[in-house]
Design a binder for this molecule. Structure first.
Ligand code: ZN
Ligand code: ZN
Length: 63
């Protein structure tokens, strides 16, 4: 049996998600949403808001 990794982000249990990536674990939560190209400024703002991963491009913001 594979151990279940529980991500606290609610995006995983929602049926209609408006973002492609989970900002907590970086996993794809909605494949229908295209990957966005973000600017450094957007990433800087998200880093300040304590998003570990970018929900638009999946890049890890906080290491
Ligand atoms: Zn997650
Ligand atoms: Zn991004």
């Amino acid at each position: 049996m594979k151990p279940q990794i529980r991500c606290p982000n609610l995006n995983h249990s929602r049926t209609r998600v408006t973002v492609r990536f989970c900002s907590v674990c970086g996993e794809v939560v909605n494949r229908e949403i295209p990957v966005r190209k973000c600017s450094e400024a957007e990433h800087a703002t998200r880093r300040r808001e304590r998003y570990k991963f970018c929900f638009d491009c999946g890049e890890q913001l906080i290491r």
